[in-house]
Design a binder for this molecule. Structure first.
Ligand SMILES: C[S@@+](CC[C@H](N)C(=O)[O-])C[C@H]1O[C@@H](n2cnc3c(N)ncnc32)[C@H](O)[C@@H]1O
Length: 312
């Protein structure tokens, strides 16, 4: 078996694991009310990919061979893309839950390990049916019907995936690269660059480590900002006291690290901070002085979007 899940198992103590996952459950429960809006934004992201691709390549997105890196435990973007009729497939280290059957749960236990299995089972019980119904409504508004196509959900490590040269026109990846060890990212990009057809492009959006959410502690997710209540950690705890860790692997890369990596393998079209100013209310003058080693733009951010083209 290739590399196993890196989305769980980083927290040493049972108490720490329980706290972090309880916060996560609370956040997801609060999110149930706005599920349809969340999924409509996700479909809007696919429209944004279309705009970027057609603007850069003067080719139709409907004809593009699309590949998602790290579709995730809730592979909604890839399901939506396939349902909208796009020629999309993807890969993830973890096996996905698509049909919510016993056989699928068993596969998840074998492939993803017991911790990921517990998380997936709770999610399936509490959230999945609601989320699926909301997705069906959002797709219906676009004249589309839910389609799952399990064979398009590859399970494996993107660092070692055998993707045929020239077989992809458009790669996208959201919130994934920060979870891949730095030492593997060169091989990941070399493989992607090889797989891209001439004129192809990639849109890679990692959450950078220096941002207010970069430590991936649930109490510092953007949708936790407005919440009153007790936080164990301080703003930018991950760059300062580092007393707590999130339940996932993080490579701790900065914007400049990604820029150097991508420059070696692609032509960079643009680099954008997708939430400029995020967390400004927490950056006191004293903290700004303490974090003087970082640019303000790197601190006040979450995801950065790198738009890349195959080198000529
Ligand atoms: C935070 S989740 C993001 C999922 C999804 N892109 C989203 O936006 O909801 C990160 C995902 O990347 C996957 N991942 C991490 N390293 C990977 C690798 N080397 N190859 C394939 N998938 C990987 C993890 O298994 C996890 O599902």
């Amino acid at each position: 078996m290739s590399k196993a899940s890196n989305s769980v198992g980083r927290i040493g103590s049972a108490w720490g694991w329980g706290w972090e996952n309880l916060q996560f459950l609370r956040m997801r429960l609060a999110g149930l009310r706005s599920k349809e809006g969340e999924l409509a934004s996700l479909v809007a992201e696919i429209d944004a990919y279309r705009g970027l691709y057609e603007g850069q390549s003067e080719r139709r997105f409907d004809d593009a061979r699309i590949f998602e890196v790290g579709y995730g435990a809730r592979p909604l973007r890839l399901i939506a893309s396939i349902s909208l009729g796009l020629d999309a497939r993807g890969i993830d280290l973890d096996a996905p839950m698509l049909e919510r059957s016993g056989a699928e749960l068993l596969r998840i236990l074998r492939r993803n390990g017991p911790l990921r299995f517990v998380k997936s089972s709770v999610r399936a019980l509490v959230f999945d049916a609601h989320e699926r119904r909301a997705l069906i409504r959002v797709l219906a508004r676009r004249g589309a019907r839910l389609r799952l196509a399990p064979d398009r959900f590859l399970v494996g490590d993107i660092a070692t995936a055998a993707i045929a040269p020239g077989s992809v026109d458009f790669f996208y990846s959201e919130d994934v690269f920060e979870h891949i060890p730095g030492a593997a990212l060169d091989a990941v990009c070399a493989g992607m660059a090889r797989a891209l057809a001439p004129g192809g492009m990639a849109v890679i959006s990692p959450s950078v480590y220096t941002g207010i959410c970069g430590g991936h502690l649930v109490e510092w997710y953007p949708n936790s900002f407005a919440r009153d209540g007790v936080r164990r950690s301080e703003p930018w705890e991950h760059l300062r006291r580092r007393r707590f860790v999130a339940d996932c692997f993080l490579n701790e890369w900065r914007v400049r690290d990604y820029r150097a990596l991508f420059e070696a393998h692609f032509d960079i079209v643009s680099v954008d901070n997708l939430k400029p100013g995020l967390g400004r209310q927490f950056l006191t003058p004293a903290l700004r002085t303490e974090l003087a080693a970082y640019d303000e733009d790197e601190l006040l951010s979450e995801k950065w979007r790198f738009v890349l083209r195959k080198k000529a």
